[in-house]
Design a protein. Structure first.
Length: 417
């Protein structure tokens, strides 16, 4: 067994040595092939890193402008609570029993009250969705919220309001404007409150900005006549801890007739966008794979057919056709590895440079906010790009290897003349 393994190792070493010498025989051709492979690998890294950054920034924008990392609500609230938020309230006692702020990786826990009603500026009415928030805590969460004018809401703004840019535009509101909101209480009576605009905001979602106002939690509770909240929103130190924190809350929440939802469950738009980007990147990978195969195949095919006489001599001396195929594939694999390594270096350098400079991007669909994109690499993407480069080169070597191995020995030897 040991002797067989030793022979196999020596044979592989000899094969790789021959392949290395053959790769270097035609320097110009090898350089062109290496350039094509490296360009393909670097292109995969850069395009994949760009898509990864789009997905990452989309998730962070949704978390830090709307949903937070985790939300906890009364059972049934996330399915139908938007139509009657007053029926799905979390009491202060529930909040104390749950104590989510004491969990590891939880930076803060904040309460929100939802309401829906009509905003009136004295001349016309406009349907809105309101959020009662704890302003000081929400300031830590809302890092992707951009103020178009005015300032952020504070705990001292008892009757102040932040209004979405779409609401402000539709109703002609600006900082200092006053308006009233009429909304149903938890007992289905109607109540009203007068508010003053302290700021106008843009979030990642245009639809959200077109219908949302934010007021202090106390003001919202006064308007709908309750001391409860609809959801508890958790801000974590890192997004990657979301699933673990949500699972650790499940049992305690279930005992209180509450349910836990993560940010990606709450934002189905995120998964639709991810699926779209995955399909687009999949097509791009296929195109780059075909480009590398076509670019390298021509050079390998010419080089292999030029050496048909050498391969005929190998077979005349007792080597099998399979040995010829293995040698050509080894040359292709070696070329692929060298090209992939060069591509990784070029891709990493380009990713670092582009990320340092930043790539200014226009607002995505359904958004008003421009952003700066970067190239976000991760190990899976890097290994995938290198693997595709190597696979493409080996695939490009397979057809000429089989063709030259099938040439009759006598015909192959005549090509030596």
């Amino acid at each position: 067994m040991a002797a067989s393994r030793m022979r196999s190792t020596l044979r592989m070493t000899h094969l790789l040595g021959l392949a290395a010498r053959n790769v270097m025989r035609n320097t110009a051709r090898s350089i062109l092939s290496l350039a094509a492979i490296a360009a393909g690998v670097a292109g995969l890294m850069l395009s994949g890193g760009f898509v990864n950054d789009l997905i990452f920034q989309l998730g962070e924008a949704l978390i830090h402008s709307q949903s937070g990392h985790v939300q906890i609500g009364r059972s049934g609230f996330f399915a139908s609570g938007s139509r009657a938020p007053g029926r799905y309230l979390i009491t202060p006692e529930d909040m104390a029993h749950l104590a989510p702020e004491k969990l590891p990786n939880v930076v803060d826990a904040m309460r929100r009250v939802g309401l829906s009603g009509l905003l009136s500026n004295g001349r016309s009415n406009y349907p809105i969705v309101g959020e009662g928030i704890e302003p000081d805590k929400e300031a830590k969460l809302g890092t992707y919220m951009v103020l178009a004018e005015g300032r952020a809401l504070t705990s001292q703004d008892r009757y102040g309001a932040l209004v979405g840019a779409g609401v402000a535009r539709a109703m002609g509101l600006k900082t200092g404007s006053t308006f009233s909101v009429v909304a149903p209480t938890v007992d289905e009576a109607m109540n009203t409150v007068d508010l003053e605009v302290v700021g106008v905001f843009h979030s990642f979602s245009k639809d959200y900005d077109d219908r949302t106002i934010k007021v202090s939690l106390q003001t919202a509770q006064e308007l709908i006549d309750t001391k409860g909240a609809n959801v508890i929103v958790l801000l974590l130190d890192e997004t990657r801890h979301t699933t673990r924190v949500a699972r650790s809350l499940q049992e305690r929440a279930r005992a209180l007739d509450l349910e836990v939802r993560t940010w990606d469950w709450l934002n189905d738009f995120y998964w639709k966008a991810v699926a779209l980007y995955d399909r687009q990147f999949g097509v791009l990978r296929l195109i780059i794979l075909l480009m590398v195969v076509l670019a390298v195949a021509g050079a390998i095919n010419v080089g292999v057919l030029e050496r048909a006489g050498e391969f005929g001599t190998m077979r005349a001396l007792g080597n099998r056709s399979a040995d010829v195929v293995q040698l050509v594939l080894a040359e292709g694999a070696l070329m692929g590895v060298l090209g992939a390594l060069l591509g990784l270096l070029i891709g990493w350098a380009a990713a670092w440079g582009l990320s340092t400079l930043g790539i200014p991007m226009p607002p995505p669909p359904n958004s008003n906010l421009e952003y700066v994109a970067r190239i976000r690499l991760y190990p899976g993407l890097v290994f995938s790009a290198a693997g595709i480069g190597i696979l493409a080169t080996v695939a490009a070597s397979a057809v000429p290897a089989i063709r030259v191995a099938r040439i009759p020995i006598a015909e192959a030897l005549r090509r030596l003349v």
